[in-house]
Design a protein around this ligand. Structure first.
Ligand code: HEM
Length: 185
């Protein structure tokens, strides 16, 4: 998987241009300080689903670690640095989720919650004219994030098939993701 090449395609497909990048960087001032609050609300939402609750609490210290890594991820949405290293980290996030048994179908609704929490804050903290351009730029980076994470899942599945496993779709996905992660480190 060439995540850097995919990122460039995604920028074209979403129409993310320099103006949007500057808007995202400007947004950091109001959205960056919200990262921990968004992380808390996000894991509170996930934890209400019995299947996701089980995954989150399966390992001691996992949720505490996640608050930090999610908040870091959230701040990076507004970093303005959407380059090869960024693409690689995002595809890796897809692999990590696949490896710990987070099903692909959990991701988009969860991304919807990130959007809901963020749009509410934008509506409350920005002036009228700023809201539209901010929402437009934010939706583009979220579409890019989602596609890169999805690509991680697709690569994991492909790898699972290449390994010639005979298990279920879920087992193939987990094994493929673990295989790719082992090779990456
Ligand atoms: C919008 C979607 C999501 C985002 C942006 C997100 C963000 C992240 C990030 C940044 C990490 C750390 C990856 C790393 O170690 O480099 C992570 C790991 C993880 N996430 Fe998510 N996540 C999302 C959805 C979910 C969902 C739906 C679940 C369901 C339970 C979940 C459970 C986990 C788990 C279990 C880990 C591994 C934690 C560990 O043991 O280190 N995530 N996530």
């Amino acid at each position: 998987m060439d995540s850097a090449a995919l990122l460039e395609k995604l920028k074209t497909r979403t129409g993310l241009n320099e103006g949007h990048v500057q808007t995202l960087v400007k947004l950091e001032r109001s959205m960056g300080p919200m990262a921990s609050e968004v992380a808390l609300a996000f894991y509170d939402y996930l934890g209400r689903d019995p299947e996701m609750h089980e995954i989150l609490w399966a390992v001691p210290g996992r949720v505490e670690r996640l608050y930090q890594s999610f908040a870091r991820w959230y701040k990076e949405l507004f970093s303005g640095q959407y380059d090869a290293a960024y693409a690689q980290r995002r595809a890796q996030i897809g692999l990590i989720h696949a490896a710990v048994g987070v099903k692909p179908s959990y991701i988009m609704p969860a991304m919807g919650i990130v959007q809901e929490l963020s749009l509410e804050h934008m509506r409350n903290s920005l002036r009228g004219s700023e809201v539209y351009e901010s929402v437009e730029a934010f939706e583009k980076i979220i579409a890019i994030e989602s596609a890169l994470i999805q690509e991680g899942y697709a690569a994991a599945m492909e790898e699972g098939f290449r390994m010639g496993l005979k298990g279920s779709r879920e087992e193939t996905l987990v094994a493929g993701a673990k295989g790719l992660l082992e090779r990456a480190y």
